[in-house]
Design a protein around this ligand. Structure first.
Ligand code: GDP
Ligand code: MG
Length: 437
């Protein structure tokens, strides 16, 4: 995956201190390839890597210990920003609020109309009305009724009427008269952009003046999605993008391209055919997906499950008060051991890989460490500073280890405490979050 490649590409960098033009080139080539693999438009990928390069050059890597990770983070942050920064919601200020769906046939408009209605009904306590304005395909009206039945939301349709503008206007009257506070208008699409479709959606848009016009796009369509988005945006100046079918093996590069071209927020994603398969769009998660960092994310999630939140909070306090001792160290080790593969975990924690780089990571990697700590007195555990040469010899004897091993542990402990203290600063938020703090 990309983060491994970046780590490798940055191997040569270790000891060089700063990121320079030369050692960043290979890495950014990998980044560009990952973006292109994810269907990001070539020019956008190129502009993007140029921007990251400018930010990366001159950055101090001594403080971050893992240059590869620094660059991954830079790339991820930059991608996140590119895709929209904060999470955007839908405008529900109207009475009723009118939401118009636009997009090509098969993009998922009808399905998403149902999902959104269900979301607003169950999560936002709204009373939505679905409106069938796809009058061309005989089955379309029926499809929306099936969806409506499934989620218990009323569907407004006029099977005999061939004028979508009228249907939409009548639906809004119906909504006002019957206490619906959200009106979701599902429209007809074509397989490709054509003038007739554009004229029709423009007429509906003008007649009903929606609070929110959403452009629905199939994330599997890759590069084509950009042109389609541009065509619809030129006509509708839409408010947001819905990215559907993200449950497939698409990596979602369309998200970046669309955002760059039309500069509108992606608001929701569709992740399946079921009505519940709707998610708010989180730019940072999408950035991870595009970079193929899903494994890292799941590791973090696993870590979150395992770390006892209460424990983590206590620990944070101790670190802040300089009271972190060997008993806490032991607790940490036990927590970490519960999580499984040590190498993955250590690699994930920014800075930890170096602090623990002399430790042989095996299944029983901590056996000696635990033995040594168990041979310390409670006083020594809470105030490691009192451990002098004489005490070290006693501890080594008691734990069946050598004095050098005790020394090594003392050194590692020292580094770890320093690192943890550092983590409490602005850069350490992630670790603390990971620990459930
Ligand atoms: P419309 O023509 O734009 O109204 O598209 P539809 O809502 O009819 O969807 C077209 C097809 O895509 C249907 O078979 C849907 O079940 C499917 N679909 C829609 N959204 C998703 C999604 O998020 N994931 C998956 N896997 N399928 C979807
Ligand atoms: Mg449809």
């Amino acid at each position: 995956n990309l983060s491994e490649k970046l780590d490798k590409a940055f191997h040569i960098l270790k000891g060089h201190g700063k990121i320079t033009e030369v050692n960043v080139a290979d890495t950014l080539k990998e980044v560009r390839r990952a973006l292109l693999d994810a269907d990001v438009n070539f020019k956008i990928a190129k502009d993007f890597t140029t921007k990251v390069k400018e930010k990366a050059i001159g950055q101090d890597v001594l403080t971050t210990l893992q240059p590869g990770q620094l660059l991954v983070k830079l790339v991820k942050d930059e991608l996140t920003e590119l895709m929209g920064g904060d999470v955007a919601g839908v405008n529900l200020s109207g009475n009723p609020s009118v939401i118009l769906m636009s997009g090509l046939q098969g993009s998922g408009k009808t399905t998403f109309s149902g999902k959104l209605a269900n979301f607003l009904k169950t999560k936002k306590n709204k009373k939505p009305l679905l409106v069938a304005c796809d009058i061309y395909r005989p089955a379309a009206i029926n499809q929306l009724h099936v969806v409506g039945d499934q989620i218990g939301v009323e569907v407004y349709s006029e099977p005999e009427n061939k004028n979508p503008v009228e249907i939409a206007q009548n639906a809004i009257k119906h909504a006002k008269a019957n206490g619906f506070n959200v009106v979701i208008v599902d429209t007809a699409g074509r397989l490709a952009v054509d003038q007739e479709m554009m004229d029709e959606i423009a007429r509906v848009h003008k007649a009903i003046q929606p609070q929110e016009t959403l452009f629905v796009v199939d994330s599997m369509t890759g590069q084509d999605a950009v042109n389609t988005a541009k065509a619809f945006n030129d006509i509708l100046n839409f408010d947001g993008v819905i990215l559907t079918k993200l449950d497939g093996d698409t990596r979602g590069g369309a998200a970046i391209s669309i955002k760059s071209v039309v500069n509108k927020p992606i608001k929701f994603v569709g992740t399946g055919e079921k009505m519940e398969a709707i998610d708010i769009f989180y730019p940072d998660r999408m950035a991870e997906r595009i970079l193929g960092m899903g494994d890292v994310v799941s590791l973090v999630e696993r870590a979150q499950e395992q770390f006892d939140e209460e424990e983590a909070r206590k620990l944070q306090k101790k670190i802040a008060k300089n009271e972190f001792g060997f008993d806490d160290f032991l607790t940490q080790i036990q927590q970490v051991k519960k999580m499984g593969n040590m190498k993955d975990l250590v690699g994930m924690i920014p800075g930890a890989s170096k602090a623990m780089k002399d430790v042989e990571i095996e299944d029983d990697a901590f056996k000696h460490i635990e033995a040594i700590i168990h041979s310390m007195t409670p006083g020594e555990r809470s105030k490691p500073a009192i451990i002098d040469v004489k005490r070290k010899a006693r501890i080594a004897k008691g734990s069946g280890t050598k004095v050098e091993q005790v020394n090594q542990l003392m050194k590692q402990f020292d580094q770890m405490s320093k690192m943890m203290k550092m983590m409490q600063g602005p850069g350490g938020k992630n670790l603390m979050k990971m620990m459930g703090g």
